[in-house]
Design a protein around this ligand. Structure first.
Ligand code: HEC
Length: 113
């Protein structure tokens, strides 16, 4: 197969890689570190055993939803004294990493295969 013929396929596959990069680029270890240091106290070590029934479960939620929620708290679009203060300490990368970490943990609604 000539290069000319495989070149479009190479371009297409590298574009796919770029498209997938936000999730792929997330640093799960960095997310876990912050989660254990700052979030576990309220949301539980597994993100699914909150200290109060009114505190939401984070594990198994969609990564993009979690990022959205954290940004909203940081910008005070979603007003909550505790989470507003928590989110203001987080960079965009911290939010991506934390959200990727919680999203890949099994949640109540996670389908077990
Ligand atoms: C002192 C307790 C406490 C700590 C620490 C805490 N949270 Fe929360 N978190 C809450 C409470 C309470 C809510 C519900 C707030 C509301 O009603 O909007 C919440 C809500 C959230 C939500 C929204 C979930 C949803 O389903 O909409 C996310 C995401 C979240 N927290 C992430 C984090 C992360 C990440 C950390 C660590 C950086 C953290 N929280 C630390 C108490 C805490």
């Amino acid at each position: 197969m000539s290069f000319v013929r495989i070149f479009p396929a190479l371009v297409a596959s590298s574009m796919l890689l770029f498209a997938a990069s936000p999730a792929a680029a997330a640093d799960l270890a960095a997310g876990r570190k912050i989660a254990e240091e700052r979030c576990a106290a309220c949301h539980g070590k597994d993100g699914n055993t909150p200290i109060d029934p009114s505190y939401p479960r984070l594990s198994g939620q969609h990564q993009d939803y979690l990022v959205h929620a954290l940004r909203a708290y940081k910008q005070d679009d979603r007003k909550h004294a505790i989470m507003g203060a928590q989110a203001k300490l987080l960079s965009r990368a911290d939010m991506e990493n934390l959200s990727a970490f919680y999203a890949q943990l099994p949640g109540m609604m996670t389908h077990k295969r």
